[in-house]
Design a protein around this ligand. Structure first.
Ligand SMILES: Nc1ncnc2c1ncn2[C@@H]1O[C@H](COP(=O)(O)OP(=O)(O)OP(=O)(O)O)[C@@H](O)[C@H]1O
Ligand SMILES: [Mg+2]
Length: 263
């Protein structure tokens, strides 16, 4: 099986503080992976290393078999797209223009978008239920609408791998399920490799083939949802008493938080 991403002995620090320690994992093409872990454990930092926003102090990151530092920016953008945790768009672009930006990696320097590019943009807007927003300013829509528009922009990029940092954090329960189902569909029908950071462990367990649990910058567990979501792992990472049961409707492990161990 071909690998989408291989991370080996990765260390990363902001200035003097070491944030990621000895990170090792492999993600096969077509996997659906979720990264979970407490606030500040290094999840967003890890994603940013995986798309070259930050460079590791040491270690190796390969995307589709090639070292990430050897990619040209546009070439990397055709392979992998990110939906960041917070997106600031300084200018008052329309929603449509923001999603059109997803086509940049495919355009030459002075080349403008073709009919096909606009078609892909429209499809991306439809898939994320944002077509009705297309003429509005990106700064004058709700947090959840904005989150879906940024997902649309990543879809328009037509990447092989999609990284999403808490893509459902601002969404109502219907749109949470809708976005995760859309990601699952792209995953199964188009073999897109999906990697999400998400705090909702139950949703993560339901949609993922693999989970990675980060704690204080280290991977403390990696494997199938049932292997990662154990009492011991959750207790250690979150300092929380929990019950782990089974969601009979979705056939996945189900966690019920009880009491914090700090109190
Ligand atoms: N730009 C930065 N400069 C310095 N330190 C940072 C920076 N960004 C994050 N950190 C620190 O690095 C650590 C990891 O942050 P990161 O954003 O990766 O955590 P996270 O797991 O994504 O957390 P959350 O669940 O809150 O999003 C934290 O201690 C944070 O304070
Ligand atoms: Mg984060």
């Amino acid at each position: 099986m071909e690998m989408a991403i291989e991370v080996e002995s990765l260390y990363f620090s902001y200035g003097d503080s070491l944030i990621l320690r000895d990170i090792n994992f492999k993600i096969k093409k077509g996997e659906f992976v979720s990264i979970i872990g407490p606030n500040g454990s290094g999840k967003s930092t890890l994603l940013k290393n995986m798309i070259s926003i930050y460079k590791p102090n040491r270690g190796s990151i390969k995307i589709d078999g090639k070292e990430i530092r050897e990619y040209k920016a546009k070439e990397l953008a055709k392979k992998i797209a990110i939906v960041p945790q917070d997106t600031n768009i300084a200018y008052d672009f329309s929603v449509f223009d923001v999603v059109v930006m997803g086509r940049n990696p495919y355009l030459g320097r002075f080349q403008s978008e073709s009919y096909k590019d606009f078609q892909i943009v429209e499809d991306s807007l439809k898939l994320t239920d944002t077509l009705y927003l297309k003429d509005k300013s990106i700064n004058q829509i709700s947090g959840g609408e904005r989150q879906r528009v940024i997902i649309a922009r990543a879809l328009a990029q037509e990447p092989e791998i999609m990284l999403l940092d808490e893509p459902t954090s601002h969404l109502d329960i219907n749109h949470q399920i809708e976005i995760l189902s859309l990601l699952k569909k792209l995953n199964t029908e188009k073999s897109m490799t999906i990697i999400i950071v998400i705090h909702d462990i139950n949703l993560a367990a339901r949609y993922s083939s693999k989970m990675i649990l980060l704690n204080k910058g280290e991977i403390i567990s990696i494997g199938k949802p049932r292997e990662v979501i154990t009492y011991e792992n959750i207790e250690m990472a979150y300092n929380l008493n929990v019950v782990i049961t089974e969601n009979l409707y979705t056939n996945s492990p189900y966690l019920i938080p009880l009491t914090s161990k700090k109190l």
